[in-house]
Design a protein around this ligand. Structure first.
Ligand SMILES: [Fe+2]
Ligand SMILES: [Fe+2]
Length: 225
């Protein structure tokens, strides 16, 4: 289920990124016209807010970690593994953005505790760290955060956590494929990688007609070829 707020904020970000100023102005005007009838933003309760902050911290660090490891893979003469890292990094950025926006009702300074994988070793060792981080998110972090959000009936957080949880599953498979190649000191075989810019769903190969996680059209996929 995608809320109108989700669509509007995505469209705004995409339009800014593509410099479509005229369309953005139209969208802003349209948003103002709709503002009086838009539902009030949801209030995020404290426990869910803490989990959103933790997930934001985790995703933000995952983004940066993958950028660093991508550069390392390039130096290790493994450009496809580097490309995979950069694609998955974009997916983590989508998740961080979604979590941050859901925290609109909770401004202010906060200390954020989040699990993070550190290390800069061989490409194989870095991929091991990447897999461990993704597995933690899929097996522990997001299921727990999702359970709390459902208990507290926080619809925005439920969607943000569900998007991330489903997308991370694909990351495990892709990084395991990369590690099998790196373990033999080879680069991986890798077709174009596609990332949905609404939910972060990541796949290798052709762009689907619609995203299997969030249902948005093929126009919402970024390509890393
Ligand atoms: Fe991931
Ligand atoms: Fe999606």
């Amino acid at each position: 289920m995608v809320t109108q707020n989700t669509v509007n904020r995505f469209d705004r970000r995409r339009l800014i990124a593509t410099g479509a100023g005229t369309a953005l102005a139209a969208l802003t005007l349209n948003s103002k016209l709709q503002a009086h009838s838009a539902p009030a933003p949801s209030i995020v309760r404290d426990m869910t807010a803490a989990n959103l902050r933790g997930a934001f911290g985790g995703e933000t660090m995952a983004y940066m970690r993958y950028v660093v490891w991508a550069n390392h893979a390039d130096k290790d003469d493994k450009p496809n593994i580097a490309r995979l890292y950069r694609a998955v990094a974009e997916a983590e950025k989508v998740h961080a953005d979604n979590h941050f926006v859901e925290l609109a009702e909770h401004p202010g300074e906060e200390l954020v505790a989040s699990m993070a994988v550190f290390g800069l070793g061989s490409t194989s060792a870095n991929l091991k760290g990447a897999i461990e981080g993704e597995v933690f998110e899929v097996k522990e972090m997001y299921p727990a955060f999702l359970a709390v959000a459902k208990k507290q009936n926080e619809q925005g957080a439920i969607q943000s956590f569900e998007y991330a949880l489903e997308a991370e599953k694909a990351h495990i498979d892709l990084f395991e494929k990369a590690k099998r190649a790196a373990d033999r000191n080879r680069d991986m075989e890798l077709a174009p990688v596609r990332v949905c810019d609404v939910c972060g769903y990541t796949l290798e190969g052709d762009i689907p007609d619609e995203c299997p996680i969030c249902g948005h059209s093929r126009n919402h996929f970024m390509s890393f070829a």
